[in-house]
Design a protein around this ligand. Structure first.
Ligand SMILES: CC(C)(COP(=O)(O)OP(=O)(O)OC[C@H]1O[C@@H](n2cnc3c(N)ncnc32)[C@H](O)[C@@H]1OP(=O)(O)O)[C@@H](O)C(=O)NCCC(=O)NCCS
Length: 396
């Protein structure tokens, strides 16, 4: 059968809602008034059978993620679904392959997604690089942390939010893969952001500067079921981090469980014993390189690293980037020049994991994602993307 793959039109909204809501289990809900699967910053593709039935779909979200201190234009893939009766027959591949083409044409250089299963995405060149993790621990454990006398806590006001966002950005810029919380996917007003939480607390230092914040929800009840869920807890100073954690500890009598979203190397871990925290939920996420020369040019590279490696990229899903490229790094900038000897061969999953700093050349070689090269090329490639482990705090 021949399927037509095209961007959705306004009249396709109901079909998109029906396919997506059934796949993700919110089919009891009616289509919200004015719902538009292709609202600003969202590019939805559908596959249609000759009778006009939508049989598969996927969304490309415009977003940016921080790598090496720069925002990399990203295609955030969401809402991927194939009609139940037609799964396993190539429709997911068809739609996602076209989605990648479109994403490249609109300027995205990498793609990220949260996978419910890695298998179809691995078949198309994405690789898992991290997991968004909420940790659960007894709130009592945090009660042992004392607030710092130089820090004042108070509820955030709308006027605080630009400073709060800048504080988040400072941490994101120094991280790997963190979301840039601006652009079409982040258009909530300060009032909406504050209304999203039961508590949004800022920590001020003795100069009155915001040095940390926490956004949190207090679940119902005050018995054993009482729970505090913390989305962001970000301290720029040890005093701010300590004081925010101590505030959470103050909930121990009525919310005995605390659930915190924390990256694996967050400084909050310096105050929490790892043995006290268990993963509550872990949502893996994946990366794929969509436009290799663009992706290399877009991210930041170590300023003190200079060198070249000849790569051979194997990629039949994104054939425009297949072939030989010379990676040239100098002064914090990187570029891919067409040509070279193709010394180090990378599969799409290998390229993704290396670009994201999720795996060393040695690990990639052992996984079968990298062949060729020698100790020198390994050294350069390892140093090039070494950094904090890939971390993403925003589910999409
Ligand atoms: C995930 C989903 C979209 C895949 O769509 P699909 O049309 O079945 O996928 P395809 O038939 O095009 O398969 C694409 C590739 O993934 C592989 N694949 C897909 N589902 C797989 C599975 N369950 N196990 C192993 N491999 C799988 C296929 O073998 C194929 O690889 P190949 O082309 O190299 O042979 C579909 O199963 C679905 O709608 N699932 C429910 C909703 C969902 O989980 N969405 C994903 C959200 S992240």
């Amino acid at each position: 059968m021949t399927y037509e793959v095209r961007p959705l039109r306004p009249e396709d909204s109901k079909l998109a809602w029906d396919l997506g809501s059934l796949a993700f289990g919110y089919h009891e809900q009616p289509v919200p008034d004015g719902w538009d699967p292709s609202s600003r910053g969202r590019h939805t593709l559908g596959a249609f059978d000759p009778a006009g039935r939508m049989v598969a779909k996927a969304v490309d979200r415009e977003q940016g993620q921080w790598f090496g201190g720069r925002i990399v234009p990203t295609c955030g893939v969401a809402g991927v679904a194939t009609a139940p009766e037609l799964r396993g027959r190539g429709l997911g591949r068809l739609v996602l392959t076209r989605l990648l083409q479109g994403a490249r044409e609109r300027g995205a250089v990498i793609s990220t997604l949260f996978d419910t299963t890695p298998l179809p995405y691995r078949a198309l060149g994405w690789e898992e690089v991290g997991a968004l993790t909420y940790w659960t621990l007894s709130t009592r454990v945090l009660g042992a942390i004392r607030p710092d006398p130089t820090i004042t806590l108070r509820p955030a006001t709308e006027a605080d939010l630009p400073a709060v966002q800048e504080l988040y950005r400072q941490v994101a810029r120094a991280g790997t893969g963190m979301m840039e919380r601006s652009g079409p996917a982040f258009d909530a007003t300060p009032a909406q952001l504050l209304a999203d939480y039961h508590g949004f607390t800022v920590a001020l230092d003795d100069a009155g500067t915001i040095a940390g914040y926490a956004s949190w929800d207090r679940g119902p009840g005050y018995d054993a079921s009482g729970k505090l869920t913390v989305d962001d807890l970000i301290g720029l100073t040890p005093e701010a981090t300590r004081t925010l954690l101590a505030m959470l500890g103050g909930w121990a009598s009525v919310a005995p469980t605390a659930v915190l979203r924390l990256g694996a190397t967050d400084p909050a871990w310096s105050l929490i014993a790892r043995v006290d925290a268990k993963p509550a939920t872990a949502q893996p996420w994946m990366v794929r390189v969509v436009d290799a020369p663009g992706a290399v040019a877009a991210r930041g590279w170590p300023r003190h690293l200079t060198g070249e490696v000849d790569l051979d990229l194997v990629d039949d899903v994104c054939p425009w980037q297949q072939g030989r490229w010379r990676l040239v790094l100098s002064g914090g900038e990187g570029r891919l020049e067409a040509g070279g000897a193709g010394t180090v061969r990378l599969t799409p999953r290998g390229l993704a994991a290396w670009y994201a700093g999720a795996a060393t050349p040695e690990q990639l070689r052992r996984a079968g994602f990298l062949t060729g090269g020698d100790a020198d090329t390994d050294d350069l490639l390892r140093a090039a993307t070494a950094g904090p482990p890939p971390t993403l705090h925003d589910y999409f």
